[in-house]
Design a protein around this ligand. Sequence first.
Ligand SMILES: [Zn+2]
Length: 153
Amino acid sequence: MGIMKDALASPDAANGAILDGVVRTIPQAEGLTTMIESLGRELDAVLLFDVDTEELVRRLSGRTTCGQCQRPFFGREPGEPCGCTENNGVGVLTRRRDDEPEAVRKRLEVYAAQTEPVIDWYRRNGARIVAINAIGSLDEVEARALAGLGPSR
Ligand SMILES: [Zn+2]
């Protein structure tokens, strides 16, 4: 919360900001609301990216990361060389334990128990929820998100 507060108070966020991957619990939503109000700011919208479970498991378990440059990749296998030039190009792709299919299913259970209720919490508190079908390419989903948010203010 402290890191977000500093970021939102910085000149970079004077015209707005998108918080990615937060909040994950109702107490965090309450804390964020209090913090935003303390800055004299407003929450414009809650973006809800809607993807079914099987697609999420496929996406998350399809992610590998280079041990040297830390870049993420999709559709490349653990053990493949990264091809980066960090540390003499010895970077090898690994899959985070968090991204193994079983771990992903566990994360989704935690999501259903702790994070999904946050959507209703925001709904009850009058937030504008913008639900987006997030199946599709990055460009397609981005276009839907921008269209859902409407013209910038
Ligand atoms: Zn690399």
